[in-house]
Design a protein around this ligand. Structure first.
Ligand code: NAG
Ligand code: NAG
Ligand code: FE2
Length: 508
């Protein structure tokens, strides 16, 4: 083999590999190739190639060697004899590359929705779809649904069955085309002690007792962070991993149920998350899948979301359930709305300005902001959307000046962590942007990345999973991304944060 030929082969091989990586994704997702194998750990084709070649992909190695030997000989013959049938050569190369990577490269397949029907033992007045959210420093909102009318009453106390306190709230319901929701109950309880387990029952139903733990008053606090959750088999195992994490509060950057207009799926989602969401506060913001607006027949957006996931916006001076903020254990959390107005004249913008002004860094040394559509993203999916680009243009300066430590986003069904960044450039006083849209929805993963990987992107991978942010004290926090690796939770990315408020170089 001549060395120039070898170089030519290598270039063509890597190019065909790139081409086939794209087609292969569809190939695998189409379930033509359902075999369970390891998946790539990076999006860079050249990296994949070397990873496959030099680690443990015998099939790829076999096909590559076969390809090199066979086609290198072929090209010699072809060039010598016929001269110029490069089309044939390229097609053959692409084919070999395609076979090579189709055999070696697999992504977890999307999984279908799992159905969570109403348990038979539930009576029409039994509480279901219970979830809780923090309201102010020492109160908790309890939300639940009953099929028929039942009192909006919560009885609670620090020991099981013996409830020393009770609170009443309100009940609502909504219509969506032919669907009519159950009775949605909403009761705020408290004042509650921090870091304390409370037992509670709902609508005077003694067949179901629930318990919750309030967040700690001070550090350390552990957040579970997961976006684009859905209700598939992947969601189920991601939730199981979160359940084992001993977290204090869950933060969800949008796209909850993927009901997508089919309202009973909201009920199914409520039942799926209840075991976790009834025990720890779930603080959520909306994604595009929450909009559910249909021209003429149902023109009001966010009907189901607002009715079912009432967040503490009133308490944070916001006039919309789509954006709000709260303090928890030394962290100021800002939930923004990517699918409502965000331009500098908007209510949301003015509210954000006022909210940032009120922050006392001695009380909350950390600031975390949450959006749905990422402002930084090197995945091929969701590039150039107004909710990403225009919202960033409008609000990035505000967050930067306020010294926001971390911005979490969802939307892209993959994981990506950027360095500290502002205005597209690395900046030691800017927030770290993290995309965590990999909860487990039925649309599957976004596995095509822009090439080359931008310098500001530190880690990216299209796998399902969730993140855990443990804020240890005023200066240190540790972030861990847990890949949902074929249903096993594996820490695949770890990052230590220093708060910007403790960095003298950043004037916050
Ligand atoms: C969901 O996960 C739990 C374990 O956490 C398991 O017992 C259950 O069977 C799973 N449900 C489905 C529908 O996969
Ligand atoms: C904060 O936590 C980090 C990591 O555990 C530790 O090194 C540091 O000394 C702590 N700082 C304070 C002020 O306790
Ligand atoms: Fe989304």
């Amino acid at each position: 083999m001549s060395s120039s030929n070898l170089v030519l082969c290598y270039i063509m091989l890597t190019d065909s590999y790139k081409m086939s990586a794209t087609s292969n994704y569809r190939f695998v997702r189409g379930n033509t190739l359902g075999k369970k194998k390891r998946r790539n750990r990076s999006s860079n084709s050249y990296y994949w190639l070397s990873w496959h070649l030099f680690t443990c992909e015998p099939a790829f190695f076999f096909f590559t060697v076969l390809f090199l030997v066979f086609f290198d000989c072929l090209v010699l013959v072809v060039m010598a004899v016929i001269k110029g049938p490069f089309l044939v050569f390229t097609l053959a190369t692409a084919f070999a590359g395609f076979i090579g990577c189709a055999v070696s490269y697999d992504r977890p397949l999307a999984r279908k929705d799992i159905s969570m029907p109403q348990p038979k033992e539930l009576s029409p007045t039994s509480p279901q779809q219970v979830h809780i959210s923090a309201v102010g420093p020492d109160r908790m909102r309890i939300s639940w649904i009953t099929e028929s009318s039942a009192p909006a009453i919560v009885e609670y106390g620090t020991s099981p069955v013996a409830y020393s306190e009770s609170a009443t709230g309100s009940t609502s319901s909504y219509d969506y085309l032919v669907y009519k929701s159950g009775e949605i109950h909403d009761v705020v309880i408290g004042p509650l002690n921090p870091n304390t387990v409370y037992y509670y029952r709902l609508s005077s139903d003694s067949t179901r007792e629930f318990s919750l733990k309030t967040p700690p008053a001070d550090f350390p606090i552990k957040f579970a962070v997961v976006g684009d959750l859905g209700q598939t088999g992947w969601t189920n195992t991601t939730l199981a991993h979160i359940g084992q994490s001993n977290y204090d509060m869950l933060l969800l950057p949008g796209d909850l149920s993927y009901a997508d207009f089919l309202q009973p799926l909201w009920d199914s989602f409520g039942r799926l998350v209840e075991p976790l969401a009834s025990q720890r506060p779930w603080m959520v913001t909306q994604g595009n899948h929450e909009v559910e607006k249909i021209p003429i027949v149902h023109s009001t957006p966010f009907t189901a979301y607002n009715a079912r996931w009432h967040m503490p916006f009133e308490e944070s001076g916001s006039n919309s359930n789509l954006y709000y903020s709260f303090d928890v254990s030394g962290v100021h959390v800002i939930m923004l709305g990517s699918y409502t107005d965000f331009d500098p004249d908007s209510d949301q913008f003015k509210w954000l300005q006022a909210d940032l002004r009120k922050i006392d860094r001695r009380k909350t040394p950390w600031i975390v902001a949450i959006i749905h559509a990422p402002w930084y993203n090197s995945n091929s999916a969701h590039q150039g959307e107004p909710e990403s680009d225009l919202m960033k243009e409008s609000m990035e300066g505000l967050l930067y000046k306020a010294g926001v430590d971390i911005v979490f986003a969802g939307h892209v069904h993959a994981y990506e962590r950027f360095t500290r960044v502002y205005n597209r450039k690395a900046d030691d006083c800017g927030p770290v942007h993290i995309t965590i849209g990999d909860g487990g929805n039925r649309e599957g993963l976004a596995s095509e990345y822009m090439d080359p990987m931008p310098e500001i992107s530190m880690f990216r991978e299209a796998s399902f999973g969730h993140g855990q942010l443990e804020v240890l004290n005023a200066t240190h926090a540790v972030w861990k991304w847990h890949r949902n690796d074929d249903d096993v939770s594996v820490v695949a990315d770890t990052f230590w944060f220093r708060s910007l408020s403790s960095d003298p170089a950043c004037k916050v």
